[in-house]
Write a protein that binds this ligand. Structure first.
Ligand SMILES: [Zn+2]
Length: 171
């Protein structure tokens, strides 16, 4: 496939070909026109808005010998730069947003946590003690197991209520 410089229409060969200035662009400048453009493009990234730069420097580009086609190519390049800057800013803003949501997670209620741990301890302790009572009396073992179960459930219930209230107060 033959390529031509978008500015001077000269045929592009391996010796004077330049890569497209931006993604998804097939149009390219010859190395000679690229050299002319570089003088202007070196400013583009330092500008707040690349299109502002293009609008202010259009006359300079004409004086530098850029064809209308070559100038529109550079205009598109400026648009691309602005879009890239915008995308970068958006990505940064989104990052900040996720940082904010990450920075303030609803802290797990300490009391609820202690109650849950206590309930687990009661379950385990009740089961183990009941197990040792098993050799003495089945009835005694059962009463330990049932007692530990009811007591543990009671603690878990209170913990759940506290978590629920925490959730409501967080909203
Ligand atoms: Zn050229």
């Amino acid at each position: 496939m033959e390529n031509f410089c978008v500015n001077c229409d000269c045929k592009l060969t391996a010796f004077n070909e330049n890569y497209p200035l931006w993604n998804k662009s097939e149009a390219r400048l010859c190395s000679k026109c690229q050299k002319k453009a570089d003088f202007f493009l070196s400013w583009v990234y330092s500008q707040e808005s690349a299109l502002d730069f293009y609008n202010n420097s259009k006359q300079n580009l004409v004086e530098a010998g850029f064809s209308p086609h070559g100038i529109s190519y550079l205009e598109n390049y400026c648009r691309f730069v602005d879009d890239a800057k915008l995308a970068k800013d958006n990505a940064r803003n989104e990052e900040n947003l996720t940082d904010i949501t990450k920075a303030s997670p609803s802290p797990e209620n300490k009391v609820a946590k202690i109650l849950t741990i206590t309930a687990r301890a009661i379950f385990i302790l009740g089961f183990v003690v009941g197990f040792f009572m098993l050799s003495d009396s089945l009835r005694l073992a059962f009463s330990y197991w049932v007692g530990a179960f009811i007591c543990g459930i009671f603690f878990i219930g209170i913990a759940e209520i506290i978590k629920l209230f925490q959730k409501i107060s967080d909203k």
